[in-house]
Design a protein around this ligand. Sequence first.
Ligand SMILES: Nc1ncnc2c1ncn2[C@@H]1O[C@H](COP(=O)(O)OP(=O)(O)O)[C@@H](O)[C@H]1O
Ligand SMILES: Nc1ccn([C@@H]2O[C@H](COP(=O)(O)OP(=O)(O)O)[C@@H](O)[C@H]2O)c(=O)n1
Ligand SMILES: [Mg+2]
Length: 232
Amino acid sequence: MRGGLVASARLLPRPLVRWFLQRRAQQDINENMLGGKKVKIIFVLGGPGSGKGTQCSNIVEHFDFIHLSAGELLRAEINSGSENGTMIDTIITEGKIVPSEITIKLLQEAIIKGGNDKYIIDGFPRNEENRVVFESVTLVTYFQLLEISISPEFVLFFDCSEEEMERRLLGRNQGRSDDNIETIRKRLKVFVESSLPVIEYYESKGMVKKIDATKPAPEVFEDVKAIFTHMA
Ligand SMILES: Nc1ncnc2c1ncn2[C@@H]1O[C@H](COP(=O)(O)OP(=O)(O)O)[C@@H](O)[C@H]1O
Ligand SMILES: Nc1ccn([C@@H]2O[C@H](COP(=O)(O)OP(=O)(O)O)[C@@H](O)[C@H]2O)c(=O)n1
Ligand SMILES: [Mg+2]
């Protein structure tokens, strides 16, 4: 997989960055028949176990979106045996947040390869660094060159108590290395300390649609469906 866009651009003197981005964008346009797409992005946020994945599956079933789970992309990277895989695995098992450039490179490639114009991005941005790097000039310029605007339409926030999230995660049974009580407690702490501030940032911009996620899944989806049904 080619080096991360942001990381590679950082290596170049500023005057050369635009040339580098134009060359990279043209490569991706040629390879993926892109360009001229108003890509709609919705961030799906909420604590571990709040029901993001469950509701994203429902959204994909009823509306024409591609579901990109940052966590799933990272787990696929671990399974691919790539050089970053071991480091990602350690970080996930500790319930911490992977360096943004790694996660964003995976998301950027998935958006380009997806060829769709509507994405729900699940579990991202998970901290301030995720958000700032995603809004970096480099990445925005690159997507602009692809004539793709990647500012989020809104943030869907699944609000759920820690007790309920812990209970759900202990019953998730997906064989994940991070669904044990010790790591769950660490992830909930990371959510409160690092992820909630990101949700508060978007709330201050009036971009958050908050859903009561403690209800049974079908009732939660009724509230989600109402939001997507009224989207332009
Ligand atoms: N509204 C709900 N009520 C009860 N259990 C739920 C609800 N939504 C999801 N779950 C269950 O809780 C666990 C976590 O759900 P998931 O969608 O993986 O959450 P997240 O992606 O936010 O971690 C799963 O086992 C799922 O089946
Ligand atoms: N933006 C992200 C998303 C996930 N991750 C890592 O991936 C793990 C699992 O993310 P996930 O979204 O699949 O987890 P759930 O909220 O679904 O339980 C997180 O606990 C982080 O360790 C990350 O580092 N950065
Ligand atoms: Mg999930």
